[in-house]
Design a binder for this molecule. Structure first.
Ligand SMILES: [Cu+2]
Length: 66
């Protein structure tokens, strides 16, 4: 399943790179791609392992405002 999550705290490709690295390690996430200009993070995940809310809280936990 694909989630497109708007993360207002993204300012540059350093931010998207950090989110991509952290989320890519989570079980159930097969791909993550952040866009620094639109501030949208596109996540391909398995909904039987985790929810969109889990992904959002993982992003918030590393310090990004959603
Ligand atoms: Cu940044």
């Amino acid at each position: 399943m694909i989630a497109e999550i708007y993360v207002s705290g993204i300012h540059c490709t350093g931010c998207t790179g950090r989110i991509e690295r952290v989320l890519a390690k989570r079980e159930g996430i097969s791909s993550v791609s952040g866009n620094a200009s639109t501030k949208v993070v596109t996540v391909d995940y398995n909904p039987s392992i985790l929810t969109e809310a889990d992904i959002k809280s993982a992003i918030a936990k590393i310090g990004f405002e959603l």
